[in-house]
Design a protein around this ligand. Structure first.
Ligand code: C2E
Ligand code: MG
Ligand code: MG
Ligand code: MG
Length: 292
């Protein structure tokens, strides 16, 4: 083999894998400065009552405005943060920022409704998390019932006794716990029995198929039945069309969240939603028929 051939082989390789590697490496490096450089921000998506269309809660979702690469979605950088201890600082920042937003909206005259934040599975294994939550609530003088923590079963699958202790302590504090993406992975029903969970969030994949898939409907029905027995609240995620909304309503699913009502929006837009106490015209929507 000549030197030239070797070089071109290397070059071919570089153009594919190394670009991803380079981007990943840079993102990981840059993430260290993202908080202090004020590149992280939260958007908020309303959760809506299926029958009245009233906003009953909000979910905070993190975004990263990267100076070179633009807007980076959480699925591209949260996993990087979780590989190091960076997820701790980011997680604290999210809770702090969400509580601060609540205070801002309250000062502007909005009635406060519960807000949820997504919590990395590893966070529950770090002692002191409950104190961090308690401090943030005290600092902004917010009732613990206004804060909900969304966890995925990845946090529970390790079946670590310290996770259960942490969840018990948080529940004791009055904070609510939601099991996110339910139905996506193993979705062991035992989790709902074993851990102090208050809310089940039905994974978006069900919304995608629900209108035309009797089996998906049967699964959602059984989740709703189980939730009623366990006295859990239920919300369906990812509702994009009126047909999907109608199907979830027919199944008696009490709460919904999705682009049909609103995409995640910045703090000031959410403030105007809350001040108008916007009621989504669900009845009117359903008469208009499905747009998709
Ligand atoms: P998730 O908690 O299940 O959040 C729902 C995701 O679905 C969000 O994507 C949201 O924008 C999107 N979504 C909402 N309604 C619809 C819809 O009708 N159709 C479709 N196609 N999508 C919809 P996003 O914001 O990109 O977040 C992705 C995931 O990143 C979240 O999934 C959550 O697991 C994670 N994440 C977001 N923010 C944070 C955070 O602050 N901390 C941690 N640890 N994870 C976060
Ligand atoms: Mg979530
Ligand atoms: Mg989800
Ligand atoms: Mg998710």
């Amino acid at each position: 083999r000549s030197r030239r051939e070797d070089h071109s082989t290397y070059h071919h390789y570089a153009s594919n894998l190394d670009i991803d590697y380079y981007r990943r490496y840079r993102l990981e490096q840059d993430l260290h400065y993202a908080i202090e450089r004020k590149q992280l921000f939260l958007e908020y998506q309303p959760k809506v009552d299926s029958w009245t269309g009233k906003i009953i809660g909000l979910e905070a979702l993190i975004r990263w405005q990267h100076p070179e690469w633009g807007l980076i979605p959480p699925n591209d950088f949260i996993p990087l943060a979780e590989e190091s201890s960076l997820h701790l600082a980011i997680g604290d920042w999210v809770v702090e920022t969400a509580c601060q937003a609540m205070k801002t909206w309250a000062r502007a005259g909005a009635n406060l409704i519960p807000i949820s934040v997504n919590v990395s599975p590893k966070r529950f294994l770090i002692p002191g998390f409950e104190h961090q939550i308690e401090q943030a609530l005290l600092k902004y003088n917010l009732s613990p019932h206004l804060l909900e923590l969304e966890i995925t079963e990845a946090a529970l699958i390790m079946d670590d006794p310290s996770t259960n202790r942490m969840l018990e302590q948080l529940s004791h504090l009055g904070v609510r716990i939601a099991l996110d993406d339910f139905g996506k992975g193993y979705s062991s029903m035992v989790y709902l029995q074993r851990y102090p969970i208050n809310v089940v969030k039905i994974d978006r994949q069900f919304a995608t198929h629900i209108a035309d898939d009797a089996k998906a409907q049967a699964i959602v029905k059984s989740i709703l039945y189980m939730a009623s027995v366990f006295n859990l609240s239920v919300i369906a995620e990812g509702i994009e069309t009126i047909r999907q909304l109608e199907t979830f309503r027919a199944l008696n699913c009490p709460n919904i969240q999705g682009y049909l009502f609103s995409r995640p929006v910045p703090t000031d837009v959410m403030q105007s939603f809350l001040l108008r106490e916007i009621l989504y015209p669900i009845e009117a929507c359903s008469l208009a028929g499905d747009s998709t």
